[in-house]
Ligand binder design. Structure first.
Ligand code: SF4
Length: 317
């Protein structure tokens, strides 16, 4: 872990991967063609307020591409673009533990059959984790990196109801503890700028995360995607996205409260330009990241500066 300061203000994913593997490691985003219990009616219908019919994914499965084909294409593209030799297979779209264990094993095994793939990153919901799924994921940890990415978005149950998540914060905390106890590295997904949340609410979510055995966090800006329930609210003038300045200030405040050992996997989102309604400023990702670095320097602060020395994540070696 690097020593953090206003010049190295957070524990970045790149720094973490270089320390772990000694070289650059790239993620390849995959769509396994699964669905989500919050869309198919098991937990809810219609999905989360901001989710579109691709389930935050690439849509590659709907184009008929299986995991091996998606990986082969990703490897060729990213190896050339970044001169990378090692890769993490990122199962992103929908809920990637929402299928029979035999199906999941087949999907994950397809990805790990590529010798360049050094790890799995599995995006899912906290209410989609059976002991059998945890056992399956743990079975890969002896030979590969395994990250379990769990959506929380907010630590406030009133917000989770408002955005139609279909689970509460206690469900998330229990899932994190169970997965960490099973020896998995768990990442939390959080969204800043959710409807009816103020700065104190968002920072309370940071404090909530700081108390859990999490290995990492992904921060997203809430952006408005066409065809979502959020888009209808936005068009009726009932939702306003954060400004760039508000977002930058919030991210700095948020990171100050997280433990320095928590890896920051993402600091903003990557919406598809054609799908994005607002805010358009988030398309200038490099400028946002630069502004964030300048804000840490201007404020002479860094990740963990206001962390209250809460319990360190209980991580496996
Ligand atoms: S849990 Fe994920 S895939 Fe399911 S509705 Fe919410 S955002 Fe979409």
């Amino acid at each position: 872990m690097p020593s953090l300061s206003p010049h190295t203000p957070f524990y970045s994913l790149n720094a973490h991967l270089r320390a772990r593997f000694g070289e650059r490691v790239q993620k390849i985003t995959l769509d396994a063609g699964l669905t989500c219990p919050n869309r198919d009616g098991r937990v809810g219908r219609g999905g989360c307020l901001y989710c579109n019919s691709r389930g935050s994914g690439t849509g590659a499965a709907a184009q008929g591409l299986d995991i091996s084909q998606q990986l082969a294409a990703g490897l060729a593209n990213l190896a050339k673009r970044y001169q990378a030799r090692k890769f993490i297979a990122y199962f992103q779209s929908f809920s990637n533990t929402y299928a029979p264990v035999a199906t999941l094993r087949q999907l994950y095994d397809q990805a790990l059959a590529f010798p360049q793939v050094v790890g799995l990153s599995i995006g899912t919901r906290p209410d989609c984790l059976s002991p059998q799924v945890l056992d399956l994921l743990r079975s890969y940890t002896a030979s590969h990196l395994v990250w379990l990415e769990l959506g929380l978005q907010s630590a406030h149950d009133r917000t989770l109801r408002l955005i139609n998540r279909g689970h509460d914060a206690a469900c998330f905390a229990a899932a994190v503890r169970e997965a960490a106890a099973a020896g998995l590295e768990v990442l939390a997904h959080v969204i800043l700028g959710l409807p009816e949340e103020d700065r104190d609410d968002m920072l309370a979510t940071a404090a909530f995360l700081a108390d859990l055995p999490l290995a990492g966090v992904k921060l997203h800006l809430l952006y408005v995607i066409r065809g979502t329930p959020l888009a209808a609210l936005y068009e009726q003038g009932r939702y306003s996205p954060l400004s760039r300045q508000q977002y930058v200030d919030l991210v700095v405040d948020f990171l100050e409260l997280l433990p320095p050992a928590m890896v920051i996997h993402r600091l903003t989102g990557d919406p598809h330009p054609q799908e994005l309604l607002a805010p358009r400023w988030c398309l200038a990702k490099a400028a946002v990241l630069q502004e964030l670095r300048e804000a840490f320097l201007r404020r002479q602060t860094y990740q963990g500066r206001r962390w209250q020395g809460r319990r360190q994540p209980e991580l496996s070696a």
